[in-house]
Design a protein around this ligand. Structure first.
Ligand code: MG
Length: 156
């Protein structure tokens, strides 16, 4: 068994939709980023790469590579899973994710995000946790300028 942790933070842009965990949230602005800005999938991909000890998302999916411009971050997560499988023969066992966001309210999207993430990780729903909290008004996340995501993924 090996564990990996991942972290990401993205600033809000201006135009909807927000894409988080591969789920479109139409009433919130998208996150800025070279790809689709999906900080949740980026944090999970980094946790997968970390568990496998094969570098990080910046090494494998560089943000100056035109291939990843506006890319669906599900492709980044799939690529990370492929690296872990091919180089270390590792597959996910479970994943836990913390989303820190002052806006939008994520409660109504949590089940959809969990289901999408479980699908991408090829895990049963009960092996994927998605928690959401605010930053209590503190810092850039608390001011509603950004979303921050922490992830842990266990692999075997
Ligand atoms: Mg990112």
């Amino acid at each position: 068994m090996r564990i990996g942790i991942g972290y990401d933070i993205h600033r809000f842009g201006h135009e909807p939709p927000l894409v988080l965990g591969g789920v479109e949230i139409p009433d919130a602005p998208r996150l800025e980023g070279h790809s689709d800005g999906d900080a949740l999938l980026h944090a999970v991909a980094d946790a997968v790469l970390g568990a496998a000890a094969v570098g990080d998302i910046g090494v494998h999916f560089p943000d100056d590579d035109p291939r990843w411009k506006d890319a669906d971050s599900a492709l980044i997560l799939s690529g990370a899973l492929r690296l872990a499988r091919e180089q270390r023969r590792l597959r996910p066992v479970n994943a836990d994710v913390n989303v820190v966001a002052e806006r939008p309210r994520l409660a109504e999207y949590r089940d959809a995000i969990r289901a999408r993430l479980a699908g991408l990780l090829e895990l049963p729903l009960e092996a994927v946790g998605v928690k959401a909290r605010t930053a209590e008004g503190l810092g850039p996340v608390g001011r509603g300028e950004a979303i921050e995501v922490h992830a842990a993924v266990l692999m075997e």
